[in-house]
Ligand binder design. Structure first.
Ligand code: BGC
Length: 771
């Protein structure tokens, strides 16, 4: 755990330079715009510890699988989002000595991520070995107004000398991924071009053959005059250089405007021409106009998604950091893109899509962005349905049974641990649940006819084939699975997976009847396309759902995570020696597997999804039982526990779990922020406040709140969009105050009582009785 980030409501601030923290800061201060993302690497050379990272969404490399022992069905490759051409590069020399903060004496170092405006600034004073001291002020951003643009400004001033500062501004495509399986470089050069205006570099990924054009215009000003720059060319590298004879008290200003375009969106042959046009326009606007557009675009984002926490600056900073990073990672403009667990902030998890999106991220985007944003996350899976059916077929499933991958970039499975790839099949259920969740929130049933039902049919067929009849139990059972708790593998009858499977089967039948009713023509088409044998398949699915086996322990009166769970030695987490934790670093995998310790919500994930199926007493018993055995070693774990604790009116516990997710990265809670940020669990932090503390739900098409304010806060408020209405909800200790930004009258339930909210502001005061 670290504590070096200064508390501030709108900014993430690092004061002072500590090279040991540099990789953590590179993650924390990352910037992005949904299409590209850049770690907070320095513009100038740095010979210290660093993870260079600049990623272009959807551009990946299929790195050949590396496993000890090959198993049939393993994917051939692990997809990874690539470290792309370095567009921020500036080499600075002061009287021939390289400016490198690793070897300089650095003072007055400050890094600021301005979340309100979407900019990263850095300033420092550096004394080089030659005794020359320079002051640098830099700022950059990835434009969210135009997600193919980025810009930087770098101002350097001599403090104690007159001499020559050499500036080389470049785009360098000779980059690597640290996680390359075979230490290979993934890019080939296609073309470079340098004309009087700008520098262009077109690179092509090996195997996947994505072309990416990075083009930049560098402007160097001295005393307000633009200097002419000399061209520098190397393999996979285009640059410009100039020597500036500089006087004390003067400054050189460097502006660099860059466009990154990929062949996902343009014909390969057109990339250069489009880049020229695009860059030309951006350069005409200039850095400050682009910055203004950036600030405006972020104002709109914050209007839609801000949460205000009054009375606790650290909490305020944390929630804004989470929201900021989520908005930087996914903007919902392109249904081919998704949300990697680390977003664009590191290489871990390969930038690929996990069940995290459906189980954790959907609620955030549903409430804080226009409807198409969450919808595009669902459409992403629709587009990959054929691949999911292929994936199922590879494992022996037939007749259109779809098994979505655990980890994917293009619909193909690319994870290669058998116990996860083949067995962590609950992800299929989360994808179905997300469709349900989207429709519950938006009321948009037409989605089923358009896309959803086909996915559900594929998923239902998979579950039907994945279970088998147990003559012994006289029930359907599901053998050899891994639940969300990855500290158990190859188990039988994971309660959560069985529950989810049965629910999917029923929901698919229900969804079919909705489509049949609201869109009979589309229904016929879907039946024909999927070769659905309604009568037979529905009856098979109903039989499985009705006769599913759910492990239960009568003595503890809890749902059992899986068969045999009670055979394990039941020592609670609180009785574990502190030095044994985290278990995944201190214990052998063998010991973990045999223990009763749970990595993340498993039974409780099911009780979170299907809360209306259980009374509070049942929830309480299961919560107490499982939470006391949970080590929360996945960042996705605390949020679900926080929401359930809030539901159980255990405000302190709800807050305690919230704290574990909210500043997870800012305080480097798990000692791994340097690998990248936990983007998908950030959506869980948002859920802890909105679904947990505010108790927001959608029931029968209406919003419901059961709120409380954590003791450490005075009040909190948040913005949400709901069915075309923009709302601001403020929760104080005894009031819910809602501003309805539309002309529609909304019915909202607060503590079981329904109220009408016309346009404008209205407050409902509640007291103990009402609660
Ligand atoms: C969790 C998974 C999750 C993955 C990516 C793992 O540690 O156990 O549930 O999908 O991280 O976030």
């Amino acid at each position: 755990m670290k504590n070096y980030i200064k508390a501030d409501e709108w900014n993430i601030i690092e004061d002072g330079f500590d090279p040991h923290l540099n990789k953590i800061s590179e993650s924390l201060f990352s910037i992005g715009n949904g299409r590209m993302g850049q770690r907070a690497n320095f513009e100038e050379a740095y010979s210290g510890e660093t993870l260079q990272g600049n990623y272009v969404a959807g551009v990946y490399y299929p790195d050949k699988t590396r496993v000890g022992w090959w198993k049939n069905g393993y994917p051939e490759y692990f997809a990874k989002v690539l470290n792309a051409a370095n567009w921020i590069g500036l080499d600075i020399k002061v009287d021939d000595e390289v400016l490198d903060l690793n070897v300089c004496r650095v003072s007055a170092f400050k890094r600021v991520l301005n979340m309100k405006e979407g900019t990263l600034s850095r300033s420092f004073t550096a004394e080089l070995k030659n005794g020359k001291v320079v002051r640098v002020e830099a700022m950059r951003f990835c434009s969210i107004a135009d997600d193919e643009l980025a810009a930087l400004h770098y101002c350097i001033s001599p403090v104690n000398f007159e001499g020559i500062i050499t500036i080389t501004s470049f785009i360098d495509g000779d980059v690597k991924n640290q996680d390359a399986n075979y230490d290979e470089k993934f890019w080939n050069e296609v073309k470079q071009q340098q004309d009087s205006n700008a520098d262009y570099l077109v690179l092509r990924t090996k195997k996947t053959e994505f072309d990416v054009c990075t083009a930049g215009k560098s402007i160097v000003l001295y005393n307000g005059k633009e200097l002419s720059l000399d061209v520098v060319t190397k393999d996979k590298y285009v640059g410009r250089t100039v020597n500036v004879q500089i006087k004390k008290g003067d400054s050189v200003n460097i502006y660099k405007i860059v466009t990154t375009l990929s062949s996902q969106n343009y014909e390969k042959g057109q990339l250069l021409a489009v880049a020229e046009l695009k860059l030309g326009k951006a350069v005409n606007k200039g850095f400050y106009k682009l910055l203004k557009e950036q600030v405006l675009a972020w104002t709109v984002k914050w209007e839609e998604s801000d949460i205000i926490i009054n009375g606790d600056v650290a909490a305020q900073q944390a929630i804004r950091f989470n929201i900021f990073q989520l908005n930087q990672t996914y903007t919902g403009k392109d249904a081919r893109l998704n949300i990697g667990p680390k977003g664009f902030t590191g290489e871990k998890y390969g930038g690929s899509t996990y069940w995290d999106t459906e189980a954790y991220c959907i609620p955030f985007y549903l409430s804080t962005a226009p409807e198409e944003v969450a919808k595009n996350l669902l459409v992403y899976r629709y587009k990959q349905l054929d691949k999911a059916i292929e994936n199922g077929a590879k494992l022996g499933f037939i007749d259109g049974a779809a098994l979505y991958p655990m980890v994917t970039m293009n619909g193909e499975e690319c994870h290669n641990e058998w116990e996860i790839t083949f067995e962590e099949i609950h992800r299929n259920g989360a994808i179905a649940f997300a469709i349900f969740n989207y429709i519950r929130y938006t009321g948009d049933e037409s989605y089923l006819a358009q896309y959803g039902l086909e996915v559900l049919i594929g998923v239902a067929r998979f579950w039907k084939q994945r279970v088998n009849w147990s003559a012994d139990k006289n029930k359907f059972v599901m053998l050899g699975v891994t639940g969300p708790n990855e500290y158990e593998n190859n188990i039988n009858n994971n309660w959560y997976t069985n529950k989810l499977a049965a629910w999917c089967l029923r929901y698919t039948i229900e969804a079919s009847s909705v489509v049949k009713q609201i869109a009979p023509k589309e229904y016929k088409k879907i039946v024909a396309k999927t070769r659905l044998e309604e009568e037979k398949e529905f009856s098979d699915w109903t039989a499985v759902a009705d006769q599913m086996y759910y492990p239960y322990d009568a003595k503890a009166d809890v749902f059992l995570q899986q068969d045999g769970f009670m055979d394990k030695e039941q020592i609670l987490v609180k009785d574990l020696p502190a030095e044994d934790r985290p278990l995944n670093q201190k214990w052998s995998w063998d010991r973990i597997l045999r223990s009763c310790y749970i990595k993340q919500a498993d039974v409780l994930q099911g009780m979170y999804f299907f809360e209306d199926d259980y009374d509070l007493e049942t929830l309480r018993k299961n919560f107490n039982f499982y939470e006391s055995r949970t080590v929360h070693e996945s960042s996705l774990s605390p949020c679900v526990h926080s929401i359930l604790a809030a539901k159980l009116n255990d405000e302190e516990k709800a807050y305690e779990f919230y704290l574990r997710t909210a500043r997870l990265d800012l305080d480097d809670y798990n000692n791994d922020t340097e690998d990248g940020l936990h983007i998908t669990s950030m959506a869980g932090t948002w859920m802890s406040i909105v679904e947990g503390f505010a108790g927001m739900r959608v029931r029968n098409g209406q919003l419901v709140f059961n709120p409380f304010v954590p003791k450490a806060w005075n009040y909190f408020s948040f913005s949400i969009g709901f069915r075309g209405v923009q709302l601001k909800v403020k929760i104080t200790a005894d009031q819910v105050r809602i501003i309805n930004g539309s002309n529609q009258i909304l019915e909202i339930t607060i503590f079981n009582q329904s109220y009408t909210f016309p346009s404008g502001e209205k407050a409902i005061t509640y007291n103990e009785q009402l609660v």
